[in-house]
Design a binder for this molecule. Sequence first.
Ligand code: MGD
Ligand code: MGD
Ligand code: SF4
Ligand code: MO
Length: 765
Amino acid sequence: MSTTTAPRICPLCEATCGLTLTISGTRVTGVRGDRDDIFSRGFICPKGASFGELDADPDRLRTPLVRENGTLREAGWDEAFDVVARRLPPLLAAHGPNAVGVVLGNPNVHTMAGALYPPLLLGALRTRNVFSASTVDQMPKHVSSGLLFGDPHAIPVPDLDRTAHLLMLGANPLESNGSLCTAPDFPGRLKALRKRGGTLTVVDPRRTRTARLADRHVAIRPGTDALLLAALAQVLFAEDLTDLGDLGPHVEGVEDVAAAVRDFTPEAVAEACDLEPDLIRVMARELAAAPSAAVYARVGGSTVAYGTLTNWLVDVLNVLTGNLDRPGGALFPLSATAPALRPAGPGRGFDLGRWASRVSGHPEAKGELPISVIAEEIDTPGEGRMRALISIAANPVLSAPDGDRLDRALADGLEFMVAIDPYLNETTRHADVVLPPPPPAQSAHFDFAFNNFAIRNQVRFSPAAVPLEEGLMSECEIHARLILAVTDQGLLRSGEAESPESPESPGRHASAVDAVDAVDAVDAADAVDALAIDRTLARAVTEPHSPAHGQDPAEFAARLTGGTSAERRLDLMLRLGPYELTLDQLLANPHGIDLGPLQPRLPRGLKTRSGRVELLPAPIAADLPRLRKALDGTPARLVLVGRRHLRSNNSWLHNIPALNRGTNTCTLQVHPDDAARLGLADGAPARIKGEGGELEAPVEVTDAIRRGVVSLPHGWGHDRPGTRMAVAAARPGVNVNQLLDGTRLDPLSGNAVLNGFPVEVSPVG
Ligand SMILES: Nc1nc2c(c(=O)[nH]1)N[C@H]1C(S)=C(S)[C@@H](COP(=O)(O)OP(=O)(O)OC[C@H]3O[C@@H](n4cnc5c(=O)[nH]c(N)nc54)[C@H](O)[C@@H]3O)O[C@H]1N2
Ligand SMILES: Nc1nc2c(c(=O)[nH]1)N[C@H]1C(S)=C(S)[C@@H](COP(=O)(O)OP(=O)(O)OC[C@H]3O[C@@H](n4cnc5c(=O)[nH]c(N)nc54)[C@H](O)[C@@H]3O)O[C@H]1N2
Ligand code: SF4
Ligand SMILES: [Mo]
């Protein structure tokens, strides 16, 4: 058997490391970091190293499943899509577009299919019941950016390699490898920051591996980062330390922010945050004095009660210290597939709450409703009830609050469910049709999403490393055929749709498809992609700042190359992008093309109505009184926070033996003083009670967590029947999200509060 190697970008976290796969025949037999990769330079972590095991997981579905008389059985592809075409369109015809919900999970930002097709699906369906992992993750950042910059996809990232001072809140990149900050070898880059004389401050209720690397660890009380950041801003104003630098002329509302944070003095927030006022002053002065600095917050600053305010304050501080949009500060990446930057000038602005969820009236954000409300939209009777669900790469039974209720709703309340997913898990076991994508080595890869968050502009493409196995279907083809099946191969109505966790998504190029004649099933992707290309080009040729401006669309389309129609869409986006690259150029550079360090770009790209950075947007001002109230509240005695482990990936890598062995990581971390107070012994089981339910988990006594806080990781709870993940089921752990009832949301973004919620803990027995 011949042995070859192939480069492949790792799809398992946001770091997007280049891997070198060793391939024997059609199997991945070895993996190492690609030393020639222009961005990752050989870095690899244990997850990337298990790519081969993941690719060959025997529990991976290799044929579609179709429900018959209550049980799932294997079926052919045509049959599976026929079932969808027979069941879903009549439901929509009878009950209207909102009768179907779409839930898009995290891996959609790690596949080409997940970037290219959901915008088309949503545009065709026109349902308001759109949910994604964004509302258990970074929706507060999108809302903050939408309000500040007019563009929810414009997310500044810390200039990790050049900054002199990094203030990091609620992030643990030594385990997560980074998020909304794509930086292969994040640990090495943090060490390099310190080595060049820079300073790192980590704010986290736990002394994480990242905190241990820092110059200063600030063990804040969970959920109070917005207060700390408001106090930092207050000190900057009070001590006359603000200096907006070159950005000054492009910012409005600075005085309004000064007035808005006036009450949040270090003394006022000290008790709520449980931090010394002097420390807060020192932090503010350091931030102002640093030659360059970046403030950066992630999951612990987002999945909290004041998530949008926290994310807004992060960028307010970057602006006030002159660090937004300058080297060494926080800059906007410019990806090779981003639409060409619009020139400076007033834009359309960003609106929230254009509609609301049916049952609880939660406002939409970025076209999505909170993932926490899926269950109630299914199990609450009445006009407009959700009767069908399309689940793509999502496992909300574990990843969203109150999985038990969602589990029941999926089982009893739906008339039809279809899932695109390689596993039969806690969520997909409820589907009537499961459509499994091929293992990753059989798919081409391009990071449409993460290049928008990369700390260096660069671009890399991996063709499929091994050919598609007999009987499997490419995930692009699956998506395209699903679109045709749910629309009954008929009219795909035109319309804009935004895609989740997928900034600069292809949806903005190819948001709409007009009409599809009945197509031969085999050519579904070709037909859908051809329409997407036509649509995109029809618009691009009329746009003055597009590279296609004034050209003949048919001639432009004829130049596109690529082994598949999805790759031709990629080629189109590259050609229309800011660097005017081509897919051929990417293929000629298998280890990537470096496009240089991040560059300042403002005021270009701003889309606010004023054409400036609007520092105190009205919805933020309206939410600040809620934060002010937190100054006087009595903190809960015990709150829970989450954590991630290097060998995990949300709920779905627990089935890989190499990543799920050794000591149990699904433990409840408790500070020794709390353990003594509550009568908890190391290793003994504890009962944890929250608003949504109770759990039992073994106690891990550790002083790495602050007093008054306990921690349990998420993504566990693999003990439900009817799944097909044997390794995970043998070490199930418990689902931390069962402690929540789904009612705690950040009001502006609809993001679930997953950190800093009250619990009671007691010994078992
Ligand atoms: N190994 C691994 N890597 C992953 C993932 C994974 O599951 N496993 N998931 C991927 C995904 S989807 C994402 S979004 C990223 C997330 O990437 P990160 O945000 O870096 O990851 P977390 O480990 O969730 O870090 C959140 C930190 O916030 C702290 N925290 C909790 N509450 C608060 C609070 O109120 N204030 C402050 N200041 N801190 C708080 C927690 O103790 C924790 O250390 O990781 C990605 N990478
Ligand atoms: N308590 C608590 N809850 C959390 C978090 C937390 O920190 N604390 N973190 C939240 C965050 S940041 C996130 S992003 C969400 C994640 O929430 P989800 O996206 O719902 O959960 P995942 O566990 O990532 O599930 C991914 C699903 O995609 C499937 N999958 C894997 N690869 C592919 C593929 O290539 N194609 C397709 N079609 N499917 C694939 C998997 O089998 C699995 O079913 O969880 C959130 N939940
Ligand atoms: S750090 Fe992330 S991208 Fe890099 S090898 Fe590990 S899982 Fe893959
Ligand atoms: Mo996430």
